[in-house]
Design a binder for this molecule. Structure first.
Ligand code: B12
Length: 230
């Protein structure tokens, strides 16, 4: 059986320790499935500001954005899938970068540089490490959506036959938005809710559309969510 890669690409202000990956890894191991876990940028974890300034808690928003990156991310995904390196200073990118920067209270220059650096990090470090795995499973929260989408595009460009699975809080909350990436074949399955059983069945080679809790494309290229175990 081929080894499955279980991946989280953290960002520096991430303090959501990847308990999900730990649970999934131990469940797969318990069932004798070979698995390797990658937590990229884990060494860059920083103490959160909240520890020094508890009043910051009073200023929290009551919703979590899972799609704020999409308008900028979609053309980037398209470019990578077509084998191009996105040039964020050309074409419609400056407008999209400006729009993104305004919504995120950032400057266009900083936004452009952040996305450029993210694409480069994903292409070299993340893709470089994962490129030989035939099944790659990513854990997504609101902090690592661009990294996951961009790396998945590079992985699919290099080997369209490999299986890519996305799970985690952002997928559970927003699978209806993320199904866009199923349609574009950036990933093959979105796992909604707890991932232990679905991931075990995926690693055993079951058809995605027959696994309970998985959203995927069926044989007719239609989005389907399996509600009952088949
Ligand atoms: C405990 C907790 C915290 C703790 C620490 C959590 C930790 N893990 O280190 C603390 C208090 C630090 C915290 C902080 C925050 N949190 Co919090 N937290 C939680 C909580 C209650 C539980 C998380 C957890 O550990 N669950 C247990 C693990 C085992 O579950 P899991 O990671 O979800 O993994 C399972 C599935 O998601 C799935 N899965 C996960 N990855 C993958 C991958 C694949 C391939 C597959 C198939 C399946 C899969 O399978 C796993 C096992 O069943 C959740 C809400 C909830 N009920 O889930 C919110 C939650 C994760 N937090 C959230 C948020 C927004 C925050 C804060 C931003 C809050 C704030 N405004 O400050 C900060 C984050 C700050 C930062 N920069 O990192 C959101 C994240 C939303 C999102 N879309 O990403 C959640 C979902 C709550 C919500 N309101 O929606 N949090």
């Amino acid at each position: 059986m081929r080894k499955i890669a279980l991946v989280k690409v953290s960002c520096i202000n991430d303090r959501l320790i990847p308990l999900g990956l730990a649970c999934l890894q131990s469940y797969l191991k318990q069932n004798s499935i070979p698995v390797k876990v990658f937590n990229f940028r884990a060494t860059e974890y920083k103490l959160p500001k909240v520890i020094f300034d508890p009043l910051i808690q009073l200023n929290l928003t009551d919703f979590v954005m899972n799609h704020q990156d999409f308008p900028l991310l979609l053309p980037i995904a398209n470019d990578i899938l077509e084998g191009k390196v996105p040039d964020l200073s050309e074409g419609f990118y400056p407008d999209l970068v400006n729009d993104y920067a305004t919504r995120m209270f950032d400057t266009p220059g900083a936004t452009q540089e952040r996305f450029r650096a993210t694409i480069e990090y994903c292409r070299t470090t993340v893709f470089g490490t994962l490129k030989h795995f035939t099944t790659v499973a990513f854990s997504i929260n609101y902090l690592n959506i661009p990294e996951t989408v961009i790396t998945s595009c590079f992985l699919k460009l290099y080997n369209p036959d490999r299986k890519i699975v996305w799970g985690g809080p952002s997928i559970t909350q927003s699978h209806k938005a993320f199904k866009l990436f199923l349609k574009k074949n950036v990933c093959d399955g979105l796992v909604i809710g707890e991932g232990e059983h679905p991931l075990l069945e995926i690693s055993q080679g079951r058809t995605f559309s027959e696994i309970k809790g998985v959203m995927s494309l069926n044989d007719n290229n239609k989005i389907t969510v399996c509600i009952h175990r088949k």
